[in-house]
Write a protein that binds this ligand. Structure first.
Ligand code: SIN
Ligand code: CO
Length: 376
């Protein structure tokens, strides 16, 4: 699977731009054609199960409504934008855009959001906490890049939208089909459609350190012996009644650090970063059917476009994560798993040889059960 190669210097990008500076890549994809026309995007926004929004600015007032929409919702008198989340989960040609960023860890990619804007449509000046590659689909959009922002940057009063009160334009680029603008986290940006246009946002995710600490601590607590107590042998006499001394706190911290290091395994991280945003477990009947096909000579196994799959080496073998679950496997499953993660499919001899080995067959069954693959 491939949407082509990004025409740019990856090493330079990683060293100087990723997470730091915006980068405009003109004509980024050879022979670019939009993977999804605007009318098909509108069709997705009519569906209950798909997350969509319309943002409109009327007389300086920003309005937001949530989908699913009716066709009449797309007839509007003011500039407006339709945004559809996770379009890569439903449209394979849009999922292929994720291959453009395959030089970055897959678990960092979130989804591909697609927007359609009428002439003058915009979601307002804002910043995101995540990196995004903005690929222009059809039509033209003028992007302005502004100041660095953070949680203290003043926003206009709105219950749901996070639009900046101030925007200081530092750069401006007019993007046409196939151009890409990379925007790092925290950088103000403002895209306004010049005529009708579509934009594909390949968005990344980064776990909040808050959440990492919480998950890590949960895992440590599962493993920690509840009968282990704070110790202070060889303690110094306490001359001042009531005092908690710096040396007491240092001892507590040292014992905490030792417990965290001793007890923590890293198996929680992959489970956390592969948690799906939308549930993707197969129905029992689908699972039975797929299992029968897998046992009876499937012609190929395809990675589900909505699947979040990752793996890591361990001293005993590897851990395979799929949609928030983890499984310990023998290292021998690695070649098949890497092919699946890279090519998004497993077929021919590689599939039949894999299925003939118990370890790979049970890994595939696990991926199937957790909505990571489907079988043809
Ligand atoms: C858009 O596609 O209109 C908005 C994308 C973004 O600013 O992140
Ligand atoms: Co943005």
């Amino acid at each position: 699977m491939s949407a082509g190669e990004l025409k740019f210097d990856r090493e330079l990008f990683l060293a100087e731009y990723w997470q730091r500076k915006p980068l405009l890549i003109r004509n980024a994809i050879t022979g670019f054609q939009t993977p999804l026309p605007a009318d098909e995007l509108a069709g997705l926004a009519l569906e209950d199960a798909i997350e969509s929004r319309i943002i409109e600015c009327r007389d300086d007032e920003w309005r937001l409504c949530h989908g699913p929409f009716e066709p009449e919702d797309f007839e509007r008198d003011h500039p407006w934008t339709l945004l559809v989340q996770a379009v890569d989960h439903y449209i394979p040609a849009v999922a292929e855009l994720r291959q453009l960023v395959s030089f970055l860890p897959q678990w960092r990619v979130d989804d591909v959001m697609v927007s359609y804007a009428a002439d003058g449509g915009s979601v307002g000046p804002h910043y995101d906490n995540y990196d995004v590659f903005l690929l222009q689909g059809e039509g033209v959009r003028r992007w302005q890049l502004g100041q660095r922002c953070d949680a203290n940057s003043p926003l206009i009063a709105h219950d749901e939208l996070r639009i900046l009160q101030q925007f200081e334009c530092r750069e401006e680029h007019v993007l046409g089909p196939g151009d890409i603008l990379y925007v790092p986290p925290g950088l103000a940006h403002w895209g306004v459609a010049q005529g009708e246009c579509t934009t594909f946002s390949i968005g990344f995710r980064a776990p909040r350190i808050n959440d990492l600490v919480s998950r890590w601590a949960d895992r440590v607590l599962e493993q920690l012996d509840p009968e282990l107590f704070y110790t202070d042998s060889a303690i110094e006499a306490a001359p001042r009644a009531g005092e908690i001394r710096p040396q007491d706190l240092a001892r507590v911290r040292a014992q905490l650090r030792a417990a965290l290091e001793r007890e923590s395994s890293d198996d929680w991280f992959g489970a956390m970063v592969t948690e799906p945003r939308y549930s993707c477990e197969p129905l029992p009947a689908e699972l039975d059917e797929a299992r029968a096909l897998l046992a009876g000579g499937a012609s190929r196994v395809l990675l589900s476009t909505a699947a979040r799959v990752a793996w890591q080496d361990t001293p005993e073998g590897i851990l395979v994560f799929c949609n928030g679950e983890g499984l310990a496997c023998a290292a021998s499953v690695k070649p098949s798993l890497i092919t699946l993660c890279e090519q998004w499919r497993l077929e021919g001899d590689e599939l039949s040889e894999g299925l003939a080995r118990e370890d790979t067959a049970s890994m595939l069954d696990y991926l199937l059960e957790n909505g990571g693959i489907h079988v043809e």
